[in-house]
Design a binder for this molecule. Structure first.
Ligand SMILES: Cc1ncc(COP(=O)(O)O)c(C=O)c1O
Length: 477
């Protein structure tokens, strides 16, 4: 059964309801669709079943999930061990509050995470997702600075473009000019540094030149703001959707650490997306010369089975703060027992099946095939990333790196064509395409070599069809 072929009318119970919902507003969709872009939402497949790395819609079409839902479903669909662990935990003890009780799943999960994170990140605060973890991490640093007499340190620096979440706090640290226009009056927008993009280096030149340029801008900004006012620099060690899996030249991180040390500024690694995907538990483990002060993560911890996020911090800082004022923030669902039990099972599965190793092996296999595809395709300008967090960037002209126009919206057109070829992709073109556009390639960590071939073959067909379409329309010569 392949995408685009209507094989059977599904009998699944949820389908009747979703069909009824869309019949209610055939022009714009059902109630939940109204919270998304109408243009994007209508026509999205209604998923009724998942198996391994595939999802199935109510028309009987099968899609290989090339983006793990949202770079999240690391174990694919329907993992019995995770689901059983959550069920068993729920039957034993479903909820108590983290401020009034301790419970075993919280202790077990935080121990597992701390062991994987290694020395310097011994304490773990759990949250219910990425934005919450990013905010908690920065608030922890702020409270630490306040308690240790550095009361003026409030400013957080970050990169343009970047993504750190969708709450008002994290929107302010996110590097997105479009969102700044909407939320500028409400969110506290931080100073942004040009991201050290490897394909489009700021300031021109090589990727290393761009990294050095960005580093120099960090130092300049800290000096302009006054070092005594700067709390932290937050950065994705491997980029996500906002940069298309950008991997900065290593000199960027060497310089970042040196500059932040000189001015007493904390370095925060936002590993909400990159953790577990790049061949190690943390991408931080693969970066020399820049040990982050704290790390935040989420997505893959719950692997799509349950919301889960974490702030990882040094025992030294957490213990010192505990002596002074304590860390006085929490959310109701933080460290809830069912989610903790699920996340413990996710990590056990990941380790026992060597899925970090598989991410490295399959990452380099897919990378090789994508490079070969790039050599054959006139519209692929760049292939980049690390492990199973990769991207393919589309351009109208490879020699000048000129992107396609907004009307073409190449990455979304390729996503749509991909559905017909049985592959689920995700498109992003932001800031008027200033930084380009791409498809992230981030399948579940359980992907096999034959499934990797299927993924790249489907992408190749989709890109070829798009190229023909653009040639016929005169967009490509
Ligand atoms: C790097 C990064 N930080 C933060 C977030 C926000 O996470 P969430 O959507 O779970 O709030 C994301 C989500 O994509 C992300 O990629």
């Amino acid at each position: 059964m392949r995408g685009g072929e209507v094989v059977r009318a599904s009998q699944e119970p949820g389908v009747a309801m979703s069909n009824a919902a869309s019949r209610a507003r055939p022009d714009i969709g059902g109630p939940q669709d109204l919270f998304n872009s109408v243009k994007n939402t209508i026509g999205l497949p209604t998923i009724v079943r998942g198996e391994n790395i595939y999802i199935f819609d109510d028309q009987g079409n099968r899609y290989l999930d090339a983006i793990s839902g949202a770079m999240t479903a690391q174990l694919g669909q329907g993992n019995r061990r995770v689901l059983d662990a959550m069920h068993d935990q729920g039957m034993r003890h479903s909820f108590s509050y983290v401020r009034t009780t301790r419970h075993l799943p919280n202790l077990q999960l935080t121990e597992k995470i701390a062991r994987l994170a290694g020395p310097g990140l011994e304490r773990v605060h759990l949250s219910s997702g990425g934005s919450e973890a990013v905010e908690m991490g920065v608030k922890f640093l702020r409270q630490y600075a306040f308690a240790t007499g550095q009361r003026r340190r409030t400013k957080v620096l970050s990169l343009m473009p970047s993504y750190h979440g969708g709450t008002l706090g994290t929107i302010g640290w996110t590097g997105d000019e479009d969102s700044a226009a909407v939320w500028g009056e409400m969110a506290h927008f931080s100073t942004k540094i040009p991201a050290p993009l490897s394909y489009r280096p700021p300031g021109g030149g090589t990727s290393r030149d761009g990294a050095l340029y960005a580093a120099a801008r960090i130092e300049q900004s800290i000096q302009e703001l006054g070092p005594e006012n700067v709390l932290a620099f937050i950065v994705e060690p491997v980029g996500g959707q906002s940069t298309g899996a950008n991997v900065a030249d290593p000199v960027f991180f060497t310089e970042l650490r040196r500059i932040c040390d000189r001015h007493g500024v904390f370095v925060v690694f936002d590993e909400v997306m990159s953790a577990c995907r790049t061949g190690s538990f943390l991408a931080a483990h693969e970066i020399n010369d820049c040990k982050p002060d704290i790390v935040v993560t989420a997505k893959g911890l719950g692997a799509g089975y349950t919301p889960m996020g974490a702030v990882l911090a040094p025992a030294k800082m957490v213990d010192q703060l505990a002596e002074l004022t304590g860390f006085n923030l929490s959310h109701t669902y933080g460290a809830n027992p069912i989610s903790c039990a699920g996340a413990c099972a996710v990590l056990d599965e990941t380790i026992e099946r060597d899925l970090f190793g598989n991410a490295a092996r399959m990452g380099s296999y897919i990378r090789q095939r994508l490079e070969a595809l790039k050599a054959r395709s006139p519209v692929i300008g760049d292939v980049r990333g690390k492990g199973l967090l990769m991207a393919v960037e589309y351009v109208r002209k490879r020699d000048t790196k000129e992107p396609f126009s907004a009307e073409v919206f190449a990455s979304d057109r390729i996503r749509q064509i991909g559905l017909r070829h049985g592959v689920m992709l995700y498109s992003r073109r932001q800031n008027q395409g200033r930084y380009g556009e791409w498809s992230l390639i981030a399948p579940p960590l359980i992907i096999t070599e034959s499934q990797a071939d299927e993924l790249v073959d489907a992408l190749e067909k989709s890109v070829a069809e798009f190229t023909d379409e653009m040639t016929r329309a005169g967009v490509l010569q």
